[in-house]
Design a protein around this ligand. Structure first.
Ligand SMILES: [Zn+2]
Length: 447
């Protein structure tokens, strides 16, 4: 048995309705698992006791969609719309990354997420261009110590290339990884651009091939800006037997209202990335409509080349956008705006925690402070310039705190951030190397 960790005297937002909030309570962690959450827990022999006075404890956040390898291109898309992003980041940077670059970027990106209170990421990796790249992405995620799903992509097929043969090699490698990664911190999915980017038949053929693996497939759908957007796509996928609980649709802004209901009935997962979607013109984030229809919804950050800082900025942008939409509609109808906002801070935190875990099929593992789940949790300082005085704790975390107040992060029961600093002893070297390689790649891309 490992050393027990007793977090003592925190204000606890368990995000588990059976436990609720505790104004002051203790959390016992051992061997990576949450053992108990209660108002007072006696310290077991040999326990590490952490004084959590003035801290809010909540589950680690779940980022439902990020292209983690783009941590190498952080900030390069600040002024990009979709076309400029695709031309620059995808075609001039991502496609030139070596396996070592991917390992470095995934490691650095994983650390960024941990620093911002994210303990689970879904890494939609367009950079798994070869088995070596995929192994490197996994090595980077392992080094960061973050819970992750690596979504392994089918590489682009060159003109006249044999799609079946190329994808066959990818599927064989993914299958070997699946066996090795069935349990544990990093799991395997697959991902594809999807039918909104390419002609329909080849896209469906790719999806059918990947479906053989029996793991979820993630595709980008429904954004108004996609080049081959197909009205009624979800109905069309349903007719092909591809609309099921092993599908995650990302963005998914512009589907018909009935399609969200159909997707909910089929168990489809959806991820919204509010800031990028609204900046690039994908459409209004679908998360509220999809959740109301009963879908399993997560929130993601999407492209580090444009935005960062973990999930809190995304939740704020999404909440403001939805309240703005509701208020404008009320005013246009000659009514007053709602006397109290119809979406609460707690509902937004649910999207980032238990809802997000459900949105990745990981809610039995993470997403709430529930005994028996893995110990993915945060301690947020509520006595700092940005967060004092303590009032409504969910509102304080959602609307006031930043990564700077996220003092402690445990992933799978291990400290990954402590006393406000990343625990990884190699972190400084990782970011120094990232700077050097980013400069080299930017120089090469400009030639
Ligand atoms: Zn994306």
């Amino acid at each position: 048995m490992g050393q027990p960790i007793l977090l003592r005297g925190a204000l606890i937002l368990s995000m588990d309705p059976a436990i609720g909030d505790l104004p002051q309570g203790d959390i016992l962690v051992q061997d990576g698992t949450i053992r108990a959450v209660a108002a007072s827990i006696p310290a077991p022999d040999g326990a590490l006791v952490v004084d959590c006075a003035g801290r809010i404890a909540l589950p680690g956040m779940v980022n439902g969609h990020i292209h983690l390898a783009q941590s190498m291109q952080r900030g390069l898309s600040t002024e990009h719309a979709f076309g400029g992003y695709f031309q620059t980041i995808v075609l001039r940077h991502s496609n030139r990354m070596t396996p070592a670059d991917v390992q470095l970027a995934d490691h650095a990106g994983g650390l960024e997420q941990i620093a911002a209170g994210v303990t689970t990421v879904m890494d939609w990796s367009r950079e798994t261009m070869s088995p070596d790249h995929a192994d490197a992405a996994l090595a980077g995620l392992d080094a960061a110590g973050i819970r992750a799903i690596l979504a392994y992509t089918a590489p682009p097929i060159p003109q006249g290339g044999d799609a079946a043969a190329i994808h066959g090699r990818m599927i064989a490698h993914a299958r070997s990884l699946l066996a090795a990664r069935a349990e544990g911190l990093v799991r395997i999915w697959t991902c594809l651009q999807g039918p909104d980017f390419t002609p329909l038949e080849p896209a469906l053929a790719d999806m059918r091939r990947l479906a053989e693996l029996g793991v979820p497939i993630a595709i980008h759908t429904g954004a108004s800006i996609y080049p081959n957007r197909k009205p009624g796509l979800l109905r069309l996928l349903d007719a092909q037997g591809l609309l099921n609980e092993r599908l995650q649709i990302v963005h998914a802004n512009g589907h018909e209202p009935a399609e969200y209901k159909l997707a909910a009935e089929r168990g489809v997962m959806l991820c919204s990335t509010p800031e990028v979607e609204m900046r690039m013109g994908h459409g209004h984030p679908a998360m509220f409509q999809a959740a109301a229809a009963g879908m399993k919804v997560s929130v993601g950050t999407d492209i580090p080349s444009m935005v960062g800082g973990g999930l809190l900025p995304q939740l704020r942008v999404a909440l403001a956008a939805e309240l703005h939409r509701i208020n404008l509609a009320a005013l246009a109808a000659g009514q007053g705006v709602p006397a109290t906002p119809p979406i609460t801070a707690r509902q937004m935190l649910e999207f980032a925690t238990i809802g997000g875990a459900r949105g990745l099929g990981l809610d039995r593992v993470t997403g709430s402070l529930t005994p028996g789940k893995r110990a993915d949790l945060l301690l947020v300082r509520a006595d700092q310039p940005l967060t004092a005085p303590r009032s409504d704790p969910a509102g304080l975390v959602l609307l006031q705190a930043s990564a700077g107040e996220i003092e402690t992060v445990l992933v799978d029961g291990r400290f990954r951030k402590r006393d406000g600093r990343l625990v990884d002893p190699g972190a400084d070297a990782v970011f120094a190397r990232l700077q050097t390689r980013a400069e080299e790649m930017a120089a090469a891309a400009s030639r």
